[in-house]
Write a protein that binds this ligand. Structure first.
Ligand code: AN7
Length: 351
């Protein structure tokens, strides 16, 4: 049977109102790629899989939640959706709104959104507004305006976003036959970690497939959940998770605690090193934020805090490297320029 998207496949397991009218780009069904080379590099005593969420229709995991949120909004008769975004939510909201025939408005922190995300939001026809402030400022603004006007908020405060994002956990269990022992993933506004944990718990109740321990990873310059207080001026090269006051912070901490996992922070250097390593060792190019989960895993292994002989680990790689094309070349040698002559080429590649 052909694949018809997440609401078709898992809709009966999602708590969505009866008025929901499915809007789908055939999102989800992303590959769980074995990462043997990286596992060996990290010390080897486990099976490592990358859930490559960059292969969703707009290039990030946000499409899982957005199909649910926009489908509900459309069915309810909404005409306009709005979100604050570090980029991926904006592109996803804009695409699903376009498909549903709704207007979309996205607020982004000025100058802090990767090129591929901004271009996407514009291409899909969103009204893009840059805020001279942070993501957290933008989120406060969209919450206020959606309380005042009939505009549907599609940030992950919207419960249907979480419902849709639970499907990532369902897919992993369906592919592996049971839950992995560990799940590692980046944490920004903390919707995804909340959704994965809810999804694993629900699937375990239904199918007794077990639950993973959850390792949530923040960037050190934007690590409110590790520090225990909001960060007024978050800074990180991983702009997707440059968030100082996560909307679902409490639930993220609960997920970590209930699962007997933890939330940790890693440096920008660790994030960028992992981004390169994953691309070079496995041929999987993800955006910086998406490498944070694996960077956290590497960090814990290096610190001797991770003992997992024979265990299965799944890393959620949340967005595609193409979204943020410039960053991978930072600090790298520029490609050489040679004359269009065979000898010139030989001189270089045989050197
Ligand atoms: C690639 O797009 O918050 O912890 O506005 O784009 O659920 O917020 C993006 C977040 C991880 C963190 N990886 O997920 C937005 C936004 C990527 C992301 C996260 C984001 P949450």
């Amino acid at each position: 049977m052909s694949y018809l998207g997440l609401l078709d496949k898992y809709g009966s397991l999602l708590d969505l109102p009866a008025h929901t009218r499915p809007v789908s780009l055939l999102e989800g069904n992303t590959p769980l790629i074995p990462a043997e080379n990286l596992a060996r590099h990290l010390g080897g005593d486990f099976e490592l899989y990358v859930k490559f969420e960059g292969l969703n229709p707009t290039g990030s995991f946000k499409d899982r939640g957005m199909t649910a949120a926009v489908s509900e909004a459309l069915g309810r008769g909404a005409k306009t959706v709005i979100c604050a975004s570090t980029g991926n939510t904006a592109a996803s909201a804009a695409a699903y709104a376009a498909r549903a025939g709704l207007k979309s408005i996205v607020l982004i922190p000025q100058g802090k959104v990767a090129a591929g995300k901004l271009a996407g939001a514009i291409a899909y026809g969103a009204q893009v507004i840059q805020i001279d402030g942070s993501f957290d400022d933008a989120l406060t603004m969209v919450v206020d305006i959606s309380n005042k006007y009939p505009i549907c908020l599609v940030n992950s405060i919207n419960p249907y976003r979480i419902e849709g994002q639970k499907t990532g956990a369902f897919e992993i269990c369906d592919t592996l036959g049971s839950a992995p022992d560990w799940l590692c993933l980046p944490v920004g506004n903390a919707g995804n970690i909340t959704a994965y944990w809810a999804g694993f718990k629900q699937y375990d109740d239904l199918k007794s497939c077990g639950k993973p321990q959850v390792l949530g990873v923040q960037a050190a310059g934007a690590a409110p959940l590790v520090l225990g207080h909001p960060v007024e001026k978050p800074e990180t090269v991983a702009t997707a998770i440059r968030i100082g006051k996560p909307a679902r912070g409490e639930q993220a901490l609960e997920a970590a605690e209930e699962s007997k996992g933890r939330i940790i922070a890693v440096s920008d250097d660790e994030i960028l090193a992992m981004q390169r390593l994953l691309a070079k060792l496995e041929g999987i190019w993800v955006e910086p934020a998406s490498a944070a989960g694996l960077a956290g895993l590497a960090h814990e292994i290096a610190a001797g805090k991770f003992h997992a002989p024979g265990r299965r680990i799944v890393a959620i790689c949340t967005g595609h490297g193409l979204k943020d094309p410039d960053i991978i070349t930072y600090g790298m040698e520029k490609p050489r320029i040679v004359a269009p002559k065979l000898e010139a080429l030989e001189e270089i590649i045989l050197a």
